[in-house]
Ligand binder design. Sequence first.
Ligand code: MF3
Ligand code: CO
Length: 249
Amino acid sequence: MITIKTNSEAELMRYAGRITARALNEVSKHIKPGITTLELNKIAEDTIRSNGCIPAFLNYNGYPASICTSINEQVIHGIPSARKLKEGDILSIDCGAIYKGYYGDAANTYPVGKISAEAQRLIDVTRQSLHEAMVYAREGCRLGDISNAVQSYAETNGFSVVRDFVGHGIGTKMHEDPSVPNYGTAGRGILLRENMTLAVEPMINMGTYEVQVLDDEWTAVTLDEKYSAHYEHTLLIKKDGCEILTIDD
Ligand code: MF3
Ligand code: CO
């Protein structure tokens, strides 16, 4: 069932989204060679809690941390650890916060020190694929318009779109209907309506789109071990466009 939020629900999601973005921003200031992903996790958790929210990922289906830290060929759900970042890595951070029962969910991919031109292009194309999709996140468009926008932009730029994981509706649960694939056909799928809330999250690979989950039962990696990037925003559908909820002005 797809829920339409009231304006007061949207206001709670706006705050959850703002704090999610704030946590990502705080973490990003500390990304450099030598820091561990567990240290980054603590910065995120402290930011979320000190702003009156609860980390959305912690204990979600048994997940052991407040952020996901996915390095290089890791696509999503990398678990923070004592691993130190090194120059040339790319790091995807996914973060979520709950405020008064409402969820925010966002992700960004960051360079660690100096990275290759191709890795930077992967990051830029993935970020832009989300922005291409956001053009269609408005009343009267269809879900397939969003999916197709991500896929067309990524594939036109020579990269591939992960199939096994998708975006989602979001609200009083992190994952609500509908699923939001990053591949699909324009003009198909449900009609978007004002005050739907969607987490759109392209996961884009340099090589094959195929992924597998490691023995830790969380970390998804590319089959060919080429790099992957991930961006995500929680969006509020409006009549003439969308409001990005996971932003901290
Ligand atoms: N952004 C991720 C998602 O939409 C967050 C879930 S990760 C988990 O599925 F650790 F919480 F499971
Ligand atoms: Co999500």
